[in-house]
Ligand binder design. Structure first.
Ligand SMILES: [Zn+2]
Length: 338
């Protein structure tokens, strides 16, 4: 029986060496330790031994049992750690691989220009205010000294809605709204959308404007020029030349348009500037006393100036796009260039 136990032990240890999976280990365990297992069988036969033999064989049997249990446990642990290692290997991340770049969106070129314009004026102390895009004839025209027979009120220019409402044709109505709600001094810019019935290479029915208004005591036209020259230099560069031409607007008197040297030919003359070397970028003027009265300001007390510019036009001067309508065709191949 002693030999039998030793043989079982040797066979079991040998078999353990070939075990590669948890399932195989379990079958082997049953083969030796199960109810009808080889070791179990031997233990069952102990009853037939003599009194002298029983303690000796019993002790040996327990030793064999203990050593095999240990060996099975060790194999089980080895299999588990191997499994764990393989799993980690399979899930390993190669941190030396280059990462995938997320696709970033960015601001539309017109918005980029609008933000630059806003940044320049806010840095000069102007406050950004907004107003409604659906306006009344009163705010869009009457209060801005634009009588009903003025060409700007022509049906062809304005999108009329019902009940005397319309889509504002400029951001100037906000001047009146601000004057009605706040006492002078005023120093504001009004960025936002305006609408006109117009569609060609340099016009879209919806466009962006930045309107400006400064009101205080003793404001002069030369201060208007100073603000606009500083603005244009910051936006277009120190080399840029400027000139003011007399013009007419119903809501300012005197009025002017401001030109800068052509950004394409730098003043030499080319097709973009109609061979003049100059490009108009904005309209401006001293606030008309009638407009002050409409806003409940006393023109004897205060003076001021206003200006307005088209953002698409300025974006176009910076980015040189032959057709302004391409800004709104939403072709990503076009928009990604800016
Ligand atoms: Zn030119």
């Amino acid at each position: 029986m002693k030999a039998e136990l030793e043989a079982i032990q040797a066979a079991a240890l040998e078999a353990l060496k070939d075990v590669e999976t948890a399932d195989a280990l379990e079958s082997l365990r049953i083969e030796y330790f199960g109810r009808r297992g080889k070791l179990t069988d031997v233990m069952k036969g102990m009853g037939q031994l003599s009194k002298e033999e029983r303690p000796v064989i019993g002790k040996l049997a327990n030793e064999v049992r203990a050593s095999l249990t240990d060996a099975f446990e060790a194999t089980k642990n080895a299999l588990e750690s191997e499994h764990q290692e393989q799993k980690l290997k399979a899930e390993a991340i190669d941190i030396t691989l280059p990462g995938r770049k997320p696709a970033y969106g960015k601001a539309h070129p017109v918005m980029q220009t609008l933000e630059r314009i806003e940044a320049i004026f806010t840095q000069m102390g102007f406050q950004v205010v907004t107003g409604p895009e659906v306006e009344t004839e009163h705010y869009n025209f009457d209060a801005l000294n634009t009588p009903p027979d003025h060409p700007a009120r022509d049906l062809h220019d304005t999108f009329y809605l019902t009940d005397g409402h319309l889509l504002r044709t400029h951001n100037s109505p906000v001047q009146i709204r601000v004057m009605e709600s706040q006492k002078p001094p005023v120093r504001i810019i009004v960025p936002g959308k305006a609408y006109r019935v117009d569609y060609d290479v340099s016009h879209t029915p919806m466009f962006h404007q930045v309107e400006g208004l400064l009101v205080d005591r003793h404001v002069t036209f030369s201060e208007l020029k100073g603000v606009l020259v500083s603005f244009a230099r910051q936006l277009f560069g120190d080399q840029t030349q400027m000139r003011f031409r007399p013009h007419f607007f119903p809501f300012t008197e005197p009025s002017a348009e401001m030109d800068i040297t052509c950004t394409v030919c730098r003043g030499e003359g080319c097709r973009s500037c109609g061979h003049t070397g100059w490009i108009e970028i904005l309209g401006a003027g001293a606030v008309d006393p009638e407009v002050f009265r409409a806003g409940n300001y006393d023109p004897e007390e205060v003076t001021g100036f206003a200006f307005g510019m088209g953002v698409e036009r300025i974006a176009n001067l910076q980015f040189r796009i032959p057709d302004i309508r391409t800004f709104y065709e939403n072709d990503l191949r076009f928009l990604k260039q800016f």
